[in-house]
Structure formats: structure tokens, C-alpha cells
Design a protein. Structure first.
Length: 216
């Protein structure tokens, strides 16, 4: 459907297909090209709305949003008081996935440089359990101010990344669970406070998340 090396297959209701054909005829093109033009025109607006919402936040709130991705993943990776090289590499791999899924504008929103990462990890290491919970509550409040559809997708990516990082810390270990008890507790806190959407796939990876999965 789309030009280039990626194809999207979408099932459209007949009424939408009829309107699309009409739009294509009006613009003297074919339906596939019409879809491309519509996506190019309207998809950037979704991210623009996100950035507009970001601009309305206070400087402290902007910083919370900016650091949210790495803060949450550092929290998971340091839950057992040790951040392995595998976990660090996995965090960066997940950030690359975020870039692929959301585009450069999102990366600019939640991307931080090396010095900021070091400082943020040191901050996480020095936090008490109460400090962590309070910080998560602040992040939750910021999430509530962002456009619903996009922030929900971002939350899903956060949970995917939390699980990937937790599993990375135990890769190559022949005994015990792949996710430590400390990491499970940390993930539960993140899911509960940030209200991350839990899917069947998340429960399949971590059955303990079943209690957070919404009915249906």
C-alpha cells in the first residue's frame, strides 16, 4: 500500500473505501497514492499535537517527560542493585525501537545525552523506595496532560521495554527465573502508578501482570 520498503495492510469499511476512491478520482490518482498523500498530510499532526502539549508544560514537567523513558528503564535495571552491560545495551536497543516506531520527533522529546544518562542513573541509585514512588507519581501526572492516543502507545512501549530489560539481566543464567523478584516488584510499581496498558503478550511474558490486565 505504501511506497518504499515497508507495506501496511489495512482493512477498510466499504464506506471509507468509497470515500477514498472519490478522493482519488478528485485528485486524479489511484487509491494507493491517495492513501500515501493522506498519511503524509495527517500523521505528522499527531506528533505535532504531542509537541504542542509538551510546550504547555512547566520546565520541571518537561524534564520529567524528557527523562521518563530512561528513568523507568534505569529503575528496572537497578532494581537488583546491579546494572549489567547486557541491560545497558538492551535499553539503547529499546530506544532505537522507540525511534523506529514513533519517529525523530519523539526521540527529541525523550532522548537525553550521555552525561544526562550518567547523572540520571546516579540519581536512581541514590533514591529511596519512597523517592521512586513519588517520582513515578509526578511522571504519571505529566502523562495525563499529554494526548491520550499517543501517550498510551508510548506507555505500551515502556512496558515492552521494561520486560526486555528485566529479562536481559538474567540471560545466560541457567538456574532461577529470568526476571528477579526485585525486578518484578519494580515493574509492578511502574505498571500500577503509570497505569501502563497490559496486554495478553505482557501477561504471557510475566504472568504476575494478569492482575493489571483490563477485562476484554
Amino acid at each position: 500500500m505504501l511506497k518504499g520498503d515497508k507495506t501496511a495492510k489495512v482493512k477498510l469499511p466499504q464506506t471509507v473505501w468509497d470515500r477514498l476512491n472519490y478522493y482519488a478520482k478528485q485528485n486524479r490518482t489511484d487509491p494507493e497514492t491517495a492513501i500515501e498523500r493522506l498519511l503524509e498530510r495527517h500523521l505528522p499532526n499527531l506528533m505535532s499535537g504531542f509537541l504542542i502539549a509538551l510546550e504547555k508544560l512547566s520546565r520541571e514537567e518537561q524534564q520529567l517527560m524528557e527523562e521518563s523513558f530512561y528513568f523507568v528503564l534505569y529503575l528496572i535495571s537497578y532494581a537488583d542493585k546491579d546494572v549489567s552491560l547486557k541491560e545497558t545495551l538492551t535499553i539503547e536497543q529499546r530506544f532505537d525501537t522507540l525511534k523506529s516506531d514513533f519517529g525523530q520527533q519523539m526521540v527529541q522529546t525523550v532522548g537525553i545525552d550521555k552525561a544526562q544518562k550518567i547523572q540520571l542513573l546516579d540519581t536512581v541509585k541514590a533514591m529511596s523506595s519512597e523517592d521512586v514512588l513519588q517520582e513515578l507519581e509526578k511522571i504519571h501526572a505529566v502523562f495525563d496532560k499529554m494526548p491520550t492516543d499517543l501517550i498510551e502507545e508510548y506507555k505500551t512501549e515502556l512496558l515492552d521495554s521494561c520486560i526486555a530489560v528485566a529479562e536481559a539481566s538474567r540471560e545466560g543464567v541457567f538456574s532461577g527465573e529470568r526476571v528477579s523478584e526485585e525486578e518484578l516488584i519494580a515493574i509492578q510499581s511502574v505498571v500500577r502508578i503509570l497505569e501502563l496498558p497490559v496486554s495478553h503478550q505482557h501477561v504471557k511474558a510475566l504472568p504476575i501482570l494478569e492482575e493489571f490486565k483490563k477485562n476484554g
